[in-house]
Design a protein around this ligand. Structure first.
Ligand code: PLP
Length: 389
């Protein structure tokens, strides 16, 4: 009998990938699949990014780079994030990683271990729970509720903190709900955290550029008194339509960077140079592409949400950010898994069952509206047929 690590055998695969694989099989069999499952923009990265990558493939860097990323890229990230929030960021706080997820893994490894407790959103991005479990920490969910417009409640989060709590994971704009936590609620949480100086915060802001009303978005880095214990997670995947390039960054408190650097050298040495050069072109180049993506997502959101609200048994709030809608489907009489499964197998629409994101996701399904307006209209028409047989 092999002596597998029990922490790892408990880990679950992220469900969105299995749905995507099944959608591809159905498509290959000739079925007219509309994929509203996996969360990735359906745009191409901007031309200047593709050109920078072509050039880097020829001219390099071809070897290992600094484990935490090439200096010009770290400088550009520090400058961009610093200017956006009007704060000073040292390029040595930036760690470039192969995709946003890696920052989750490193943060949970760093704050996990025996007897520690890590708070995470439910429903939330599934890798949070799995990364916490693999770190050996106890996962402690806090609620994300429809009545609160899919925000957390600061008092609820603060009340879950114990002397064992080492880390809180926050995510706004959020996956899977598209919820954006209001500046007031963020401030309440940030103020309350002064009473708990032993707790670090991982703020996953990977959808931070995809907010429909920027006055409603506040970054955790904007709270000065927390800056020595906030880790900001962001990257290129969602903002620049570069999910497959595997490129992300963390802004870490300077005192933690040496630990992260050790983990990088043990794990992957560095991110490939071509992706880093492409990422540099993306954040130092014109941002009109991102504005274009956002405008397009805005129209698609309005189309999908209006259509969902006309379907029998379904009600849907208007999400404030990301490219997800999380309708309440309890009125259909079907369970989340059953509805998502039947929509895929019978109507060829890929979605994700809400309870794959945690207990509180029961009674919902997630739509990624990173699809053309035509596809969204077709999906709505097929759902109307499915629900009104
Ligand atoms: C909330 C959230 N954080 C992080 C990520 C990870 O992004 P990446 O593809 O860059 O690893 C995702 C991707 O779906 C996400 O939804």
């Amino acid at each position: 009998m092999l002596k597998l690590n029990q922490l790892i055998t408990q880990v679950h695969e992220e469900g969105a990938f299995a749905v995507s694989d099944r959608a591809m099989v159905l498509k290959a069999q000739g079925h007219p699949v509309i994929n509203l499952g996996i969360g990735q923009p359906d745009f191409l990265p901007p031309d200047h990014v593709l050109e920078a990558a072509e050039k880097a493939a020829r001219d390099g860097p071809h070897g290992y780079t600094s484990p935490i990323g090439i200096l010009p890229l770290r400088e550009a990230v520090a400058q961009t994030v610093g200017t956006r929030y009007n704060i000073e960021i040292n390029p040595d706080q930036i760690v470039i990683v192969p995709g946003g997820k890696v920052t989750i893994f490193f943060a949970t490894m760093l704050f996990g271990g025996n007897n520690s407790e890590i708070l995470y959103p439910d429903p939330g991005f599934p890798p949070y729970h799995e990364a916490i479990v693999s770190s050996g920490a106890k996962p402690v969910p806090y609620g994300i509720r429809e009545e609160a417009n899919f925000s957390f409640n600061a008092d609820e989060v603060l009340n879950l903190i114990t002397p064992q709590t080492s880390l809180i994971i926050l995510n706004s704009p959020a996956n899977p709900t598209g919820g954006v936590t209001s500046p007031q609620e963020m401030k309440k949480l940030a103020d309350g955290l002064t009473r708990h100086p032993h707790v670090a915060i991982l703020s996953d802001e990977i959808y931070g550029h995809l907010v429909y009303d920027q006055s409603q978005f506040v970054s955790l880095l904007q709270f000065e008194h927390l800056r020595d214990r906030v880790i900001l997670l962001d990257g290129w995947s969602k903002t620049f339509a570069m999910t497959g390039w595997r490129l992300g960054f963390g802004v870490w408190p300077l005192a933690l960077v040496d630990h992260v650097r050790k983990l990088v050298t043990v794990d992957h040495s560095c991110v490939n140079g071509i992706a880093q050069m492409a990422g540099l072109a993306a954040i130092t180049g014109p941002m009109d592409c991102v504005e274009g993506f956002l405008a397009s997502f805005h129209q698609r959101r309005d189309l999908l949400v209006a259509g969902l609200n006309q379907l029998p048994g379904i009600t849907c709030r208007t999400p404030g950010g990301a490219f997800y809608a999380f309708p309440n489907i309890t009125g259909t009489g079907l369970q989340s898994h059953e509805l998502a499964h039947r929509l895929l197998e019978e109507a060829y629409i890929a979605t994700i069952a809400g309870d794959s994101f945690g207990e509180n996701g029961k009674g919902y399904i997630r739509f990624s509206y990173a699809a053309s307006q035509d596809e969204l209209k077709q999906a709505l028409a097929r759902m109307a047929d499915f629900l009104n047989p």
